[in-house]
Design a protein around this ligand. Sequence first.
Ligand SMILES: Cc1cc2nc3c(=O)[nH]c(=O)nc-3n(C[C@H](O)[C@H](O)[C@H](O)COP(=O)(O)OP(=O)(O)OC[C@H]3O[C@@H](n4cnc5c(N)ncnc54)[C@H](O)[C@@H]3O)c2cc1C
Length: 437
Amino acid sequence: MSEHSYDAIIIGAGVIGGAVALELADRGYKTLTVDKAATAGAGSTINSCAIVRFSYSSIEGINLSWEGMHYWKDWANYIGSDDELGLIDYHMTGQLVLQQHGDATHAARVKMLWDELGIPHEVWDTDTIKARCPYIDPSLFGPPTRPDNEAFWKDPAGAIERGYFTPDAGYVSDPQLSCHNLQRGAEARGATFWFNAEVVSIDQDDHRISGVTLADGRAPRAPIVVNVAGPHSYLINQMAGVYDSMNIKTKALRHEVHHVPAPDGVDFDAHGITVADDDLGIYFRPEVGNHILIGSGDPVCDPREFVDPEDYDTSLYAEQYEAQVLRANRRLPGIGMPHHKKGIVDLYDVSDDWIPIYDRTDLDGFYVAIGTSGNQYKNAGSAGQMMADLIIAVEGGHDHDGDPLVVEGRYSGADLDIGFFSRNREINPNSSMSVHG
Ligand SMILES: Cc1cc2nc3c(=O)[nH]c(=O)nc-3n(C[C@H](O)[C@H](O)[C@H](O)COP(=O)(O)OP(=O)(O)OC[C@H]3O[C@@H](n4cnc5c(N)ncnc54)[C@H](O)[C@@H]3O)c2cc1C
């Protein structure tokens, strides 16, 4: 083996790429991770809200997230090495999914699936919501609209009757640090990381991966390459020549998250929880410094802007800031409209049905962990396990396309059905087609 020969090359040192590297290194693979950024986690992971929740629209999605949560709870053991920057904290605030009227809602579907799978949860009625979260106004305001629509300003139509609370949910306070932790954990198992290393070509020899070429001319060799390039995933697939052969595609969607101070007199650091609020089309969670992060639940009234990941507007849009902060004001009265607009703009790597693709491809040795659709941070550990098990099985001769692999989650024992995340699935009609997955 030459100096620059590896068993596997991983493109991307985000949270999913980091977990793939750790898992493969743990199984004895000599891995090289290449990332065009200067440090781990500087891609879309850096701006993730890093919420850990189980409110997916499919059994397979819930199983993956339930299993994934255990990694955050057991982080120090999972990483298994020191990090000079320290390890992340998992804030187990719990998550409340608010139920609007009617059974044809995402919340109702989630509740049904949680019952089926035995995901621990409590049903909160209006009085319980008020008692447990006195800062929440449980009125029914929806369906979501924008402030330039007069329906936005109508009086509430009754109250939210129920919410579903999962105590094990929460968030990670520093998503970029989690990537550095994964890097150190992978390095302790023999992995190598190159930064400022941009892949410009995916190399093949006789229909099989042979390595990658970097912008600086270096060309590390390996028989396995894993595309974990986040919102740049489709560009890497085009380089590899597999883009057209996949039924499900990915593209980069611009997204904003806004940061506001908690209302006066509310200690959101101490008492805040994570809330999914489809009645208003938002979600929110506590942020350090008694702040609140407000994200979008992708209501249909909001414009969707697909962009070139190399060239998009990174400034906050005044209309979107106003829409999200006014929506949050209805649920959390007293936020007001801060003079200084704070927030972030980043990209989701959205698949056609907002469900990720964890799969092999038609090019032997080329694998993808992509299409994470704004909802896979929490699943890094379980996705890493699935990808490593998949690669080992396929390289060992398993026909995953003909006989899709199901592996057992190492913490929960849940079935992780990798075929569900196939590149060649039909668009899943049960998907929320939103960040809920
Ligand atoms: C605003 C926002 C909020 C979110 N909130 C949540 C949440 O609350 N909960 C949740 O579970 N998920 C959430 N997500 C989704 C989650 O953050 C992502 O699914 C996850 O971070 C993706 O990780 P990744 O490793 O796949 O990609 P990334 O972190 O994007 O990493 C990809 C890496 O590939 C590198 N790369 C790209 N092209 C090349 C190239 N040519 N050569 C070399 N390197 C390359 C990039 O530099 C980058 O570091 C959110 C995402 C966003 C943007």
